[in-house]
Design a protein around this ligand. Structure first.
Ligand code: PRP
Length: 206
């Protein structure tokens, strides 16, 4: 399932990301705001569990998302601002990290570091701003699928129609929430019009 945000606030933020004048600090800030909008959307039907809390009027029971059942997984390095943002909302969720690098000649992603907690029966939410060929995301999904989670969700900022088609075909059960699907990939597998390389723009390595 692929769900593209139609929210005008999300579209406006996304289009500010495209602006060259958005410096690294603003770029990461917008990515973080969009990550929140994405996680709100992705968890809007989540079950609430009763929990008793001490309020200003004594003990009362209210509904909460079971944060302990959520694992956020990011793909370094462009996903770092995203995981900071979503874990700030759910401080009791766990986090996992995958390091991948897209080979600039073959455009294939290479996994070189993998630190994922126990996923069995949990909801794993992958965060990565860009889905170009979807190679990195498919590899991340395969690693996580091997760990028997209850559900896999992917939160992404921008993607290509080509990448979405690959995801639909290879991982139809993964729930993808994306802020915007752009026009196409170019010959170098960059998203067009896109926003450049999110990792480089976040960390000033252009
Ligand atoms: C970017 C991005 C994705 C990947 C998407 O990372 O964050 O992980 O490329 O491309 P794909 O869909 O074709 O696999 P990149 O390899 O540029 O590394 P970075 O995060 O260090 O910038």
């Amino acid at each position: 399932m692929i769900y593209e945000l139609s929210n005008p606030v999300a579209k406006t933020l996304l289009n500010h990301l495209r602006e060259k004048k958005s410096d690294a600090l603003r770029f990461r800030h917008i990515v973080q705001e969009l990550s929140r909008l994405l996680v709100y959307e992705a968890l809007k039907n989540e079950t609430l569990y009763d929990q008793t809390v001490t309020t200003w009027q004594g003990e009362e029971t209210f509904g909460f998302i079971k944060e302990e059942d959520i694992i956020f997984v990011t793909i370094l390095r462009a996903g770092l601002p995203m995981i900071e943002s979503v874990t700030a909302l759910f401080p009791n969720a766990s986090s996992g990290f995958l390091a991948m690098k897209r080979d600039e000649n073959t455009h294939q992603s290479i996994l070189y570091y993998d630190r994922i907690p126990e996923c069995e029966g949990k909801t794993v939410i992958i965060v990565d701003p860009m889905v170009a060929t979807a190679g990195s995301l498919c590899d991340a999904i395969s690693v996580i699928e091997g760990k028997s989670p209850k559900k896999i969700i992917s939160l992404n900022i921008i993607g290509s129609p080509e990448g979405m088609a690959v995801l639909k075909q290879k991982h139809p059960n993964v729930e993808v929430f994306i802020a915007h699907i752009d026009k196409k990939l170019n010959e170098y597998k960059f998203i067009i019009p896109g926003l450049g390389d999110a990792g480089d723009r976040s960390y000033n390595t252009m």
